[in-house]
Design a protein around this ligand. Structure first.
Ligand code: PGA
Length: 256
């Protein structure tokens, strides 16, 4: 973590949550109304069915609300899809693109993900672009090569520090309780930073890099202290307000 970059703690609810979960969103929104929020951004991405209600519930909170995916076009005949404009219309401010579950379940390619990020920019949303290696790729020693390829093809040419967040999520660590060693996290994040610097120069210094994959209240403190880890993208541990707020609290010490 470098003090120049404002950390971002982000939660991704995936396909979880009904109206009965709105009390958790409200509790998170209320829980981040502390002075710590002057020093870090907090984002929650519930399923799109809860998006509009969530933004209304949290309109007096520093908690930002975002979505988990968007279509690459602004509107049109694309049954079942949601555009970045629609997310912005619900007062969402961020959208995750290229999550490994989208890449896997919907065969999303790097080119498509780049187009989705461009759609996000066009709607003034911040794109949280996910990259990460599979277990087989890590075992084959291909991790950095995969990250380089995904960064090169999924991140748009006009990406800026303001419009773009990169989430490094090793696929094998997502939802498994497994995490890379801190040295492996540091290696990946340093590599991502330098790869972005080759392409974007000085601008790359401001792009926030999140770690994601089995981050939880127990390991948050050590993960957020790793160099070039500017925040976390949290799945399972963001579903319960108490857990997510404990991770928010972990920043208290780091940013004191
Ligand atoms: P997890 O998911 O925290 O449940 O491992 C992270 C993610 O997929 O963003």
């Amino acid at each position: 973590m470098t003090s120049k970059r404002r950390p971002l703690l982000a939660g991704n609810w995936k396909m979880n949550g009904t109206r009965a979960s709105l009390d958790q969103i409200k509790a998170i929104g209320d829980g981040v109304k502390t002075s710590l929020s002057e020093k870090l951004d907090v984002l929650l991405c519930p399923p799109v069915s809860l998006l509009y209600v969530a933004t209304a519930l949290c309109d007096d909170s520093p908690l930002a609300i975002g979505a988990q995916d968007c279509h690459q076009k602004a509107s049109g005949a694309h049954t079942g899809d949601i555009s970045a404009e629609m997310i912005a219309d619900c007062f969402g401010t961020h959208v995750i693109v290229g999550h490994s579950e989208r890449r896997r379940d919907h065969d999303e390619s790097d080119d498509l993900i780049r187009a989705k990020a461009e759609a996000a920019y066009a709607a003034d949303l911040i794109a949280v672009i996910c990259i990460g290696e599979t277990e087989a790729e890590r075992k084959a020693g291909e991790t950095l090569e995969v990250l380089k390829r995904q960064l090169g093809a999924s991140v748009p040419e006009n990406a800026t520090a303001k419009s773009t967040v990169i989430a490094y999520e090793p696929v094998w660590a997502i939802g498994t309780g497994l995490t890379p060693t801190l040295a492996d996290v540091a290696e990946a994040h340093d590599f991502i930073r330098s790869t972005l610097a080759e392409r974007f120069g000085e601008e790359a210094k401001g792009i926030r890099l999140l770690y994601g994959g089995s981050a939880n209240p127990g390991n948050a403190r050590v993960l957020i202290a790793v160099d070039n880890v500017d925040g976390l993208l949290v799945g399972g541990a963001s579903l319960k307000a108490a857990d997510f707020l404990a991770m928010y609290g972990a920043y208290g010490e780091l940013l004191a």
